[in-house]
Design a protein around this ligand. Structure first.
Ligand code: SF4
Length: 388
């Protein structure tokens, strides 16, 4: 899932294991995944199957796959993928499930034991180190994502933000002491601050949400974050690996807030990001955003449910413009780009009209309903951009 390899790699290298990274998801991996998967299965299944084959070809003999007891198809991914891989002739690989249904039940310790092949007492200190490093790197990846979403809309030279992000990922991969990780937030801020930006812009602000694999893997979502940013749009995406893991430890108060907002329309978790997408839509509308993008895999049941509720109910109440992108192996660049550009034009026209007619708009053209928006790091980055 996009840059999250950095965090997962550290989880296993801290246990003295060799990590084989699959190639970044690409056309070949998708082709293989599509060829060997059931035709009706959801797209992330096919993409991750292709990634597994890529890792096996590079020498991996053990695969770790997240599982859930969730109400959608995700609960079956690992076991079905293992069968398919064996049918493809990869008889000697092990697929080890990583149970992420409730991380406070600590089933993930079993995964670490199985992967490391050790259960002795001495290995537990390594488990603690592995988890701390994993969480720290996941948090820093979240911070990079936050800064990237804002800075790209202001960059003068197209590609500067992408370059800084790629360099930061390499640096974060190499940071393997607590001292380095503690000071990494400053490195993120310094590196982004070195980008030549145009502070006079007032970009459109768009919220991005949807199913986790599609939202985080740029190859399958046609690099939607970068495209939006290069069109001059601020992209606000709170969904990240860290956001999800902290939620599974029951410590994600932002998600609890989103659940509270969504409760009248969806009182339970039906899988995917359904509940939180609804909460995000309401939250972004209340925060005075210009638009909302919902991305999900074709045939994803929970996300299609969220889409229906937004279209039939929430849009009428909150009136925040929304566009939906459903991705699968058939998604084409040009149709996608055309729809994205049309959505941008619509938002821009709407903002022009609102600036002229709505007293809620402040002098800089930003409508703000919440006095304060975003977490601590978001506000630090926003201040960096505003500071002369
Ligand atoms: S959330 Fe959607 S895409 Fe993911 S497993 Fe469930 S149905 Fe499939």
């Amino acid at each position: 899932m996009g840059p999250n390899w950095v965090a997962f790699k550290t989880l296993f290298t801290a246990l003295d294991l060799d990590v084989v990274l699959p190639d970044p998801t690409n056309r070949e991996a998708i082709k293989i995944g599509v060829k060997y998967s059931p035709e009706f299965v959801c797209f992330p299944f096919k993409a991750t199957l292709g990634d597994f084959v890529s890792a096996i070809k590079k020498g991996a003999d053990t695969l770790v796959m997240a599982i859930d007891c969730g109400p959608c198809r995700f609960g079956f991914y690992a076991s079905v993928q293992e069968r398919i891989l064996r049918d493809m002739g990869y008889k000697n690989i092990r697929v080890i499930p990583l149970d992420q249904a409730d991380l406070l039940e600590f089933h993930w310790i079993k995964t670490l034991q199985e992967v490391s092949g050790r259960k002795d007492l001495f290995i537990y200190s390594k488990y603690i180190k592995a988890v701390i490093y994993f969480l720290k790197k996941a948090k820093l990846l979240n911070d990079i994502q936050t800064a990237e979403g804002l800075f790209r809309a202001y960059e003068r030279n197209l590609g500067d933000t992408t370059r800084v992000v790629n360099e930061l990922l390499q640096k974060l991969d190499k940071a393997n002491t607590l001292v380095e990780l503690r000071s990494f937030k400053k490195i993120i801020k310094d590196d982004f601050n070195s980008i030549d930006i145009d502070r006079s812009r007032t970009p459109l602000r768009v919220g991005l949400s949807g199913e986790i694999h599609i939202s985080l893997e740029p190859y399958v979502n046609l690099d939607i974050r970068r495209k939006l940013g290069e069109m001059g749009v601020e992209v606000h995406q709170s969904l990240s690996l860290y956001d999800w893991v902290v939620h599974k430890f029951h410590l994600n108060y932002h998600r609890k807030w989103l659940e509270h907002l969504a409760k009248p329309y969806m009182p339970m978790d039906i899988g995917g990001e359904c509940v939180w997408v609804l909460g995000e839509y309401i939250d972004k509308a209340n925060a005075g955003f210009d638009g909302f993008i919902h991305s999900y895999p074709f045939t994803c049941m929970p996300e299609v449910t969220a889409r229906t509720i937004i279209t039939n109910k929430l849009k009428k109440i909150y009136d925040l413009p929304v566009i939906y992108f459903s991705f699968d192996e058939q998604s084409g660049q040009e149709g996608f780009r055309t729809r994205l550009e049309a959505f941008y034009d619509l938002l821009e026209a709407r903002r022009d009209r609102e600036i002229k007619s709505t007293p809620e708009f402040m002098a800089n053209g930003q409508k703000k309903i919440y006095p304060q928006y975003g977490g601590e790091f978001y506000n630090e980055i926003a201040q960096l951009i505003q500071a002369e």
